[in-house]
Design a binder for this molecule. Sequence first.
Ligand code: NAD
Length: 266
Amino acid sequence: MDIGIVGCAGRMGRMVAAQILATDGCTLAGGTEQPGSEFLGADIAELAGASASGVAIGDDAGIMFAAVDAVIDFTAPAATVVHAALAAEHGTVLVAGTTGLDADQQRAIEEAAAKVAIIQAANMSVGITLALGLTKQMASILGPDYDIEIVEMHHRHKVDAPSGTALALGRAAAEGRGVDLDAVSERVRDGHTGARTAGDIGFATLRGGDVVGEHSVIFAADGERIEITHKATSRTIFSRGAVRAALWAEGKAPGIYTMRDVLGLD
Ligand code: NAD
């Protein structure tokens, strides 16, 4: 499979390039950056820390979408909307990892997916995808006697809390219980809080050092505690998942797919 990368000089773009080079069955076939980028013309593989591939970074995404089988996108919301339209126009699979799309932008992605397969996930990690599925299943089976608490830790530079993944785990737990997370989430505890409210889903946030990302979902009942923990030590988990998604999508019918589909969980 010939795979191109939009935003190939970005943090994730470089990791995706390295992952494609290391994966059997796919070829690093192109890469783009924004017009005016200092990286235009640079060798895409060299930028990813590998030996030169002879593929230069361009700024015309249309030409690349027409030439490759799949494109992986970790860029920015407005750019991803443009890339989804190009994917639909050229029948090119799109793996969309960009986060933070608003409702209009998300609608545009879904419109494009009427014409081509688009795999979209806010977290492309195989381990987190499984943790989300297990959390929903456990919340459903264990029932309300088990208090649910979600603890996450990230590096000292992270600006939002709780993390998007912690909230996704909370939503998975709430779905398993058949409740709305907004109605039951307890995001801050401080001072004389009183006893825990039954049915709450609590969050606790730790920040420090260079921690890539750690999440635990704790189910605590009288007499036992069950925990699901995921520890990321490298962002390669996202690029690995994205390349796996691109390879999976070959020949798939148009539509929006998630990492759950890629792993065969649905
Ligand atoms: P980054 O800023 O390092 O990289 C983004 C790159 O996209 C930059 O090089 C930028 O120049 C380029 N870009 C922007 N607009 C473009 C356009 N129109 N054409 C071509 N290139 C363009 O950011 P990052 O850390 O790599 O993250 C990128 C996105 O991926 C963010 O939304 C982030 O939240 C998301 N992300 C998702 C996952 C996941 O698993 N889904 C994992 C990590 C990051």
